[in-house]
Design a protein around this ligand. Sequence first.
Ligand SMILES: NC(=O)c1ccc[n+]([C@@H]2O[C@H](COP(=O)([O-])OP(=O)(O)OC[C@H]3O[C@@H](n4cnc5c(N)ncnc54)[C@H](O)[C@@H]3O)[C@@H](O)[C@H]2O)c1
Ligand SMILES: O=c1ccn([C@@H]2O[C@H](COP(=O)(O)OP(=O)(O)O[C@H]3OC[C@](O)(CO)[C@H]3O)[C@@H](O)[C@H]2O)c(=O)[nH]1
Length: 387
Amino acid sequence: MASRVDLDGNSIKTLTICMIGAGGFIGSHLCEKLLEETLHKILAVDVYNDKIKHLLENSNQLWADRIQFHRINIKHDSRLEGLIKMADLTINLAAICTPADYNTRPLDTIYSNFIDALPVVKYCSENNKRLIHFSTCEVYGKTIGSFLPKDHPLRQDPEFYVLNEETSPCIFGSIEKQRWSYACAKQLIERLIYAEGAENGLEFTIVRPFNWIGPRMDFIPGVDGPSEGVPRVLACFSNNLLRGEPLKLVDGGQSQRTFVYIKDAIEAVHLMIENPARANGHIFNVGNPNNEVTVKQLAEMMSEVYAKVSGETALEVPTVDVSSKEFYGEGYDDSDKRIPDMTIINRQLGWNPKTSLWDLLESTLTYQHRTYAEAVKKAIAKPVATS
Ligand SMILES: NC(=O)c1ccc[n+]([C@@H]2O[C@H](COP(=O)([O-])OP(=O)(O)OC[C@H]3O[C@@H](n4cnc5c(N)ncnc54)[C@H](O)[C@@H]3O)[C@@H](O)[C@H]2O)c1
Ligand SMILES: O=c1ccn([C@@H]2O[C@H](COP(=O)(O)OP(=O)(O)O[C@H]3OC[C@](O)(CO)[C@H]3O)[C@@H](O)[C@H]2O)c(=O)[nH]1
């Protein structure tokens, strides 16, 4: 591989990266990218490795000696500090990050996103190691505009809904709305990291992903995850499509989201890894402001794309409304709208997303159909056990 240079023309040093949560959706894509396009070494930490098995198993691959898997639960494992010390950079992706858990398992959610991340920050700070920490767009909570009357003209003013790292407030619901347990824990760990930077010189970058989606995201209930499990919206809707059932719209599917293709987003993380002078001390929104839809529009587009890639006829009634209480239980609440301000990431790293929502859904649903269609058919055909 020819010597590579960073955005300022300096040659890039080969790094050892301790990647915690490497076995998850984002981790698996980041491992793939780093192994295929760089010479960096990865100490991959997770409790699972199914999504990176293809990178670990084949010892003939060029990168076989550049990835090592460590099955470690960071809650209680003394090996973690040693791995962080061995690495030049730690990337922490580990988290409980599915909304169905936030209001039903708030303690696990808070522990996972705050308490369990504490030693990682401490070890990086004490050992003068750089940290890239994964936070979330959920730290913004609700938009200022959502508190205005429905037809108020200021709702159309970007000042009232575009989310900026340096100027937007974090607006959460009341404590009994346990949905916000995740956002609040992520916000506090961001503040702690920021304070470690200010008081102890920790070199950090905080990433706020805005709904990254693509292959290997979450699980299909009853196939490679629990039958009663509720994954994030891409996998929920994929599951409905694979089973030929209507897509469930929570509270009518009026919330808005911007979706970015995982492969575009990984490019942004790659730039952060290799341009520390431009990334350190910054918080970055990583999303695609051009791919905004309501959840209802997402459902309609996914139904259309799935019919195209699977060759199956779309349902005549493609969606059904369901209340949030019925779907998620007590204590659920929602972010109304999430448009990332791209000024900072654009200025620091020159990054812009490329893939349209239609194109990213086409490649993702092709993957979902190829990977799961047969397994779902078998699961549906299996007789239900009666007592
Ligand atoms: N995907 C998105 O759009 C998105 C959006 C906002 C924020 N994020 C953040 O990005 C990060 C990664 O998200 P993802 O979508 O890849 O989720 P994921 O659930 O697929 O990956 C998280 C990984 O962390 C591992 N993990 C959790 N607790 C652990 C522990 N105690 N010890 C070891 N490993 C542990 C899990 O096994 C999993 O493989 C999370 O911090 C999440 O909050 C993601
Ligand atoms: O079957 C379904 C599932 C979900 N919805 C609604 O879709 C919206 C998006 O839901 P989801 O992708 O599950 O999660 P959120 O966007 O709300 O939150 C995530 O954002 C980033 C992250 O931090 C990590 O990924 C996470 O917290 C939402 O409005 C659901 O109600 C649906 O209608 N039908």
